[in-house]
Design a protein around this ligand. Structure first.
Ligand code: NAI
Length: 468
């Protein structure tokens, strides 16, 4: 068995890299230790969580949002088993889709744990312990990430009472009380799911804001919206203990500034305090592949590790832990391995939180621009002034455009609102082409659409909005 490229890991980074490499004529194989392809994202992450986010949103909307539109229905009844079955069916169709694409592109697959044996060799150990050796010109490490837990705390994540995102998408009943440790993306998305289905959710967050890296304006308004939906927040609070009890679990936290500890009882605790690169069992140390001080595979330009012919992409290397960043790296690397020029523009990687409303952002935040000493101007437009939003009773939120003060080049766009995750892409395309807020503001937008708020925020950046 001899290949041009062997990819270890079939998540969005790995499977996209393999498909692109095969499309470019490279003989390609994928090594995967899970029974199904698609990695964390398709099996237990992005895809199943979106199935539950959609279904729980429909449930909550039917419960609270139809009356004002003149649609009278009896109170909806939750069939959690069916909702979970919808999630499982969604996962199955997606992971089967990857298998189909592997076949279509003539990519060989090996089920088992891959180990890098230095330049040109990968060992695969299957479930029975049998080992095979694959020869390859290039190895791509795309092994993703795993739950980080809370540094210094030994937490028994049993995925029933104390859960990570994996357990939180498979709870067999709606908890009465749920404590979420960490007000980041996972905590807010999955906290929202169970809150909509009836759980009393409390989020305990170390920082003084939720969604730490997001624009401060966005994070503040978004927190108010989630609080209106019934989610409680304890900010500037450091969790110092998560333990099981006879009745469920308890979470202990202290004010970050110092002070007395508080104990919260819960039926379920979701630990969502970040993820760490997954490098276990890969034999990287023996192979001479160097990790950085945060346990990530160190790469230079062109995703090259410290060992010739061994590359790494996605969550296992530096940069945001996002499926689409991994995919773009996979494509760029495959192009480079095929002798073409591959490129990822790290300044234009959108980020979306799939709550209701959604939060979406691309480029720099105001805080980042201030810290970098870049002179900028900001334009903001609220959905309360958008006709389509009013018609849909979706006036929560706003669009904010940040542009260079001198050149007017758009440096960042931040949206909170219904469909923000779709709207953000016009900003991403504009930024990819180095566009200005005037370019965006002079681009004809269909009326009536939510996207007109993006145009108006751009108008507000270089001159004045029309509808405000
Ligand atoms: P995160 O890094 O987004 O948030 C973790 C939060 O936990 C931080 O705000 C941190 O301050 C807090 N924290 C840490 N230790 C704490 C303690 N002892 N007490 C209280 N709070 C504490 O991590 P998260 O939400 O687990 O997500 C992991 C990764 O997965 C992220 O990189 C995220 O971007 C990615 N992801 C992205 C999604 C999306 O794009 N929609 C969806 C889900 C995950």
């Amino acid at each position: 068995m001899s290949y041009d490229v062997v990819v270890i890991g079939s998540g969005p980074g790995g499977y996209v890299c393999a498909i692109k490499a095969a499309q470019l004529g490279l003989k390609t194989a994928v090594v995967e230790k899970r029974a199904t392809f698609g990695g964390t994202c398709l099996n237990v992450g992005c895809i199943p969580s979106k199935a539950l986010l959609h279904a729980s949103e429909v449930f909550a909307h039917t419960m609270h949002g139809l009356d004002e539109l003149g649609v009278e229905v009896a109170a909806p009844k939750l069939n959690l088993e069916k909702m979970l079955a919808h999630k499982d069916a969604t996962v199955k169709s997606n992971v089967d889709g990857v298998q189909f694409l592997f076949k279509k592109n003539k990519i060989d697959t090996f089920h088992g744990t891959g180990k890098v044996l230095g330049e040109g060799k990968v060992a695969v150990t299957d479930e029975k312990g049998d080992q095979s050796i694959i020869q390859t010109k290039n190895v791509v490490i795309a092994t993703g990430s795993d739950v980080a837990g809370i540094p210094g705390l030994d937490i028994d994540i049993d995925e029933k009472v104390i859960v990570s995102s994996t357990g939180a998408i498979a709870l067999e009943k709606v908890p009465e009380k749920m404590v979420v440790v960490g007000g980041g993306v996972i905590g807010l998305e999955l906290g929202s799911v169970w809150s909509r289905l009836g759980a009393k959710v409390t989020v305990v967050e170390f920082l003084d804001k939720i969604l730490g890296p997001m624009d401060g304006d966005v994070s503040k308004q978004f927190q108010r919206m989630l609080a209106k939906q019934g989610i409680e927040f304890q900010l500037s609070a450091k969790v110092t203990g998560v333990e099981k009890t006879d009745k469920g679990a308890k979470v202990t936290y202290e004010p970050v500034a110092g002070g007395d500890a508080t104990v919260l009882d819960a039926d379920v605790v979701l630990v969502a305090t970040g993820r760490k690169p997954f490098t276990e069992g890969l034999g990287l140390h023996e192979a001479g592949v160097v990790l950085d001080d945060r346990g990530r595979v160190e790469i230079g330009n062109h995703f090259q590790t410290s060992v010739q012919g061994v590359y790494a992409i996605g969550d296992v290397v530096k940069g945001p832990m996002l499926a689409h960043k991994a995919e773009d790296e996979g494509v760029a690397l495959a192009e480079m391995l095929a002798g073409q020029a591959g490129h990822v523009n790290y300044d234009v990687i959108p980020s979306v939180v799939y709550t209701q409303p959604e939060v979406a952002s691309v480029g720099k935040t105001e805080e980042e621009l201030k810290a970098a000493g870049i002179a900028y101007k900001a334009g903001k437009f609220p959905f309360t002034a958008n006709g389509r939003a009013r018609a849909m009773l979706a006036t929560d939120g706003f669009v904010k455009v940040l542009a260079d003060k001198e050149t007017d080049k758009v440096l960042g766009v931040h949206i909170v609102g219904l469909g923000a995750g779709e709207m953000i892409h016009e900003a991403a395309v504009l930024m990819e082409f180095g566009g200005s807020s005037e370019d965006l503001g002079r681009t004809c937008h269909a009326h009536p659409t939510m996207s007109e708020a993006v145009k108006e925020a751009a108008l507000a950046t270089f001159f004045k909005p029309i509808h405000m």
